[in-house]
Design a protein around this ligand. Structure first.
Ligand SMILES: [Zn+2]
Length: 51
């Protein structure tokens, strides 16, 4: 029986530099979901501007 809980695994986002738990990252991704979502939104914004 272990007494102390191990620290949650964290990873630093390569985009925003925030250190977040792995819950915020897709498997093997170095960019957090926030940045990934923002990047996708930017892409959609950029493409819709042309209309
Ligand atoms: Zn990020």
């Amino acid at each position: 029986m272990s007494y102390a809980t191990p620290p949650a695994e964290t990873r630093q986002c390569t985009s925003c530099r925030n250190v977040l738990t792995l819950n915020f990252f897709k498997l093997d991704h170095q960019e957090c979901r926030h940045c990934e979502g923002k990047r996708l939104a930017d892409l959609i914004d950029a493409s819709s501007e042309e209309d």
